[in-house]
Design a binder for this molecule. Structure first.
Ligand code: FEO
Length: 398
């Protein structure tokens, strides 16, 4: 895609990756592709903010070249060293070998380790500024949002925040702005991004948003490093981040299960009916036929996580493990939960689920529910009542 002006003198020069379907190796499904956003600022000096994933280097160079001679770039800002943003840097620096690289100390260390770069590194801290002529770029360190090296860049003149991964979405689009695309699609991908990448850092997200407020940074445009640029309503994504970081959620349960011979599935559906009877919403996901990252996105906006598995070899079905292990790493905030499942002789799945939910910080509100072999009508009624009790707890949970 050719360059797009996002404000006078500031241009998107990144790349659209329509075909990527997994990100972070196999860890994150990207059904809608992604973009690698880089920004060129043409002032008295010329600066590039971030680059792109290495396979898209030619596109970045073509976009820059359509506007200026890349050799005239004097300053390169590296907000984050992950290869999807720094991969093209070694080639770019060959075109402007005297350019200074502005980044955090951790980023400098990371760039040297990743690429063996020997450049004119200018290590910056929060409050430092790079003057380009008519405007300056102000830097704001943002460690662990989501890597130790991360930082935000801000331009007061345009009230433009470039926060790299924060506020981003894995969404390929021929349009670049929030007023040009389907709002539901953008928020859906923003939620998936937050849940699968930023969730464990929620306390830091809250602190950073407070810091931005205290610094009095006025924000008219948020230009992240992935997906759509927020110019119509940047407050929408800021408020969503506040909600997610605080662990606020809807009166909703996500029921995640898998089943050998449909007994656990019968339990899951009866529990769902009980939850719904109490006026709470419930969504049912069979893990073996559902994308794990999509379920984690749903977890973001639910109060209760209810997990069920048949027992095999005194433990959970193997398909359950990646989801439960992901939860442990992501540390979902302020969730209640419960476990259920059928077994033939010894049992064991419910115990494992409870242990794994607890280690993910989920507050278990009910004793696990187990049924031997196929649930009888009476046992289905117990599952329904179990669901009703979960529904009541959901409504009480703040
Ligand atoms: Fe988009 Fe942390 O890289």
């Amino acid at each position: 895609m050719p360059p797009v002006q996002i404000a006078e003198g500031i241009h998107w020069v990144g790349a659209v990756d329509w075909n990527i379907r997994f990100f972070h190796g196999p860890a994150y499904s990207t059904h809608r592709g992604t973009t690698y956003n880089a920004y060129l600022i043409i002032d008295e000096k010329i600066a590039l903010v971030d680059t792109v994933f290495r396979p898209f280097t030619k596109e970045l160079i073509a976009n820059i070249s359509a506007l200026v001679d890349p050799g005239k770039i004097e300053d390169i800002v590296v907000n984050h060293i992950e290869p999807d943003h720094s991969g093209a840097l070694p080639e770019i620096i060959k075109l402007c070998p005297d350019a200074k690289i502005y980044c955090t100390q951790k980023a400098k260390e990371g760039l040297i380790k990743h690429y063996g770069l020997e450049c004119d590194f200018q290590v910056v801290k929060t409050g430092d500024e790079l003057n380009l002529g008519k405007r300056s770029i102000k830097f704001l360190e943002a460690p662990m949002l989501h890597w130790p090296d991360s930082m935000f860049s801000y331009i007061e003149k345009e009230q433009l925040l470039m926060p790299n991964d924060a506020f981003g979405q894995h969404l390929a689009s021929s349009f670049l702005f929030d007023d040009q695309v389907d709002e539901h699609e953008v928020m859906d991908e923003a939620a998936k991004y937050y849940a699968n990448i930023l969730y464990p850092f929620s306390p830091l997200v809250l602190k950073k948003l407070e810091e931005v407020q205290k610094l009095g940074l006025k924000i008219k445009i948020i230009a992240p490093s992935h997906g759509i640029i927020w110019r119509k309503n940047p407050e929408k994504i800021i408020q969503a981040y506040l909600k997610w970081a605080k662990g606020e959620a809807d009166n909703k349960a996500v029921i995640v299960y898998d089943t050998m011979w449909e007994s656990t599935e019968k339990m899951a559906k009866a529990i769902l009916n009980g939850i719904v009877a109490e006026g709470a919403e419930a969504k049912l996901y069979k893990l073996s036929v559902t994308d794990r990252n999509d379920i984690i996105k749903e977890v973001l906006n639910c109060k209760a996580i209810v997990v069920g598995s048949s027992t095999i070899n005194n433990d959970i079905l193997p398909v359950m493990a990646p989801f439960l292990d992901d939860l442990k790493g992501l540390k979902p905030k302020n969730k209640i939960g419960a476990a259920f499942g059928s077994f033939g002789w010894g049992g064991g799945a419910v115990k494992t689920i409870e242990e794994k939910l607890s280690s993910a910080g989920v507050n278990l509100i009910m004793e696990g529910l187990q049924v031997r072999w196929v649930p009888t009508e009476e046992e289905i009624s117990r599952c329904y009542e179990y669901g009703r009790q979960i529904g009541q707890k959901i409504k009480e949970h703040k």
